[in-house]
Write a protein that binds this ligand. Structure first.
Ligand code: F6R
Ligand code: MG
Ligand code: MG
Length: 386
């Protein structure tokens, strides 16, 4: 392989909600155009190789390829500039929640922690490099826990884990604890039950990266930024993105899409405070309506070739997912009937980062303390800061 061919390509997917039309509904085309103009200029100058600008619901999505590696200050600054320009247009048009996710005034070397969500991977391109980019609206990064587990660890989902020798050794999961800022790497299939013990708590333990065990090749990466934890208050949900490599030693495209045929319940939806089914849709249906939802996910397939993005194909824009969408509607009907009751509404731990505490605060002085003739033992949930 020549030096040129060994050159690494970085795929960066960076997203932010910088304002939308008719509430938190849909990105305006003029804001996408403003962002695309900035990226086109960067491509002309050679900073990035290629880019694709799109949106899912109220989230503006920048997909970029370059040679600068992950966490590159130049690339992050470029994304920040694109969002700033798009937010300016949003303000000028009077769009709703203009600039919402841009939590800082000025850029400071990395967009992580400033509001946008980031998923990046650096790879040596295979002779043919198919990838899937997932982008979701009205949910959180932990929404990817279940599907990623199924793609990379469940033989009932991914036939290749059983019958393809290149997948047979299994995968490693890097699981990030968003409360504590620490991570653990666990192996599948050996430590499958430990993995599940963590990632079932999808609001806290999030699959951040997946590696192929046999050679440590990166297989998947997820944006794990949780806006509310960063801002300490409710600023919308952390609508996540993910990049997954496919085929020839990684799961096939069909194995990567398969878990989404089950519209599993995810946290988000109305006011970021409700569980609802994750509905896979094509780009034209990537907009939230009913009860500001239900949460949606888009999958775009690309070939990455010498850094160029060839595509996309809109993978969920397919009747093969019609029944999933129908089931998602039925689940939405069912769970909506719980109104403000759990388990439709999120549990108290998650509600800490919404506007509910303000309501409870108001009632503080109305509570009357009573003497009890017996002792009770109330166990607090496992502390965030043990
Ligand atoms: C959820 C979301 C929306 C809003 C809701 C209220 O992520 O963005 O469901 O929370 O529309 O929005 P505000 O408070 O802006 O009126
Ligand atoms: Mg939003
Ligand atoms: Mg959104």
């Amino acid at each position: 392989m020549s030096e040129k061919e060994k050159e690494k390509t970085t795929i960066s997917v960076i997203k932010a909600d910088i304002g939308s039309i008719a509430g938190h509904h849909k990105v305006h085309p003029d804001t996408m155009a403003a962002a695309a103009k900035i990226l086109a200029e960067a491509k002309r100058k050679g900073l990035i190789i290629d880019f694709y600008v799109t949106h899912v619901g109220d989230d503006l999505e920048l997909i970029m390829t370059h040679r600068k590696g992950v966490d590159s200050p130049e690339i992050h600054e470029l994304a920040w500039e694109a969002f700033k320009k798009a937010a300016e247009v949003a303000r000028e048009l009077g769009l709703y929640a203009a600039g919402q996710d841009l939590l800082a005034e000025a850029f400071s070397g990395n967009v992580r922690g400033l509001g946008p969500g980031v998923a990046e991977m650096e790879i040596v391109e295979r002779p043919s490099e198919p990838i899937v980019i997932f982008m979701a609206d009205k949910t959180e990064p932990g929404a990817f826990n279940l599907p990623l587990f199924r793609i990379f660890a469940d033989p009932f989902n991914t036939a290749g884990l059983v019958i393809d020798p290149r997948l047979h050794d299994g995968f490693k999961f890097e699981i990030y604890d968003v409360y504590e800022g620490r991570y653990v790497v666990l192996n599948a299939p050996e430590e499958m039950y430990d993995i599940l013990a963590l990632i079932g708590t999808q609001g806290r333990y999030i699959i951040r990266r997946v590696y192929r065990k046999s050679d440590n090749e990166i297989a998947a990466v997820v944006s794990v930024e949780r806006l509310n934890l960063i801002a300490g208050r409710y600023v919308g949900k952390d609508d996540p993105v993910a990049i997954v490599r496919a085929q020839s030693g990684f799961p096939a495209i069909g194995e990567i899409l398969e878990p989404f045929a089950f519209p599993h319940l995810v946290a988000g939806w109305m006011r970021g405070s409700h569980f609802g089914p994750l509905m896979p849709v094509g780009l034209r249906d990537a907009k939230c309506t009913r009860f500001d939802g239900p949460p949606r996910i888009v999958a775009l397939g690309f070939q990455v070739s010498k850094g160029r993005l060839i595509g996309p194909v809109d993978l969920f824009d397919d009747p093969a997912f019609d029944e999933t969408r129908r089931l998602a509607q039925q689940v939405a009907d069912y769970i909506r009937r719980h109104g403000p009751f759990m388990p439709h509404r999120l549990g108290p731990e998650e509600m800490e980062y919404t506007t509910l505490p303000q309501v409870l605060e108001k009632l503080q002085n109305r509570f009357v303390k009573e003497e009890r003739r017996y002792k009770v033992h109330v166990k607090k949930p496992s502390s965030h800061s043990e």
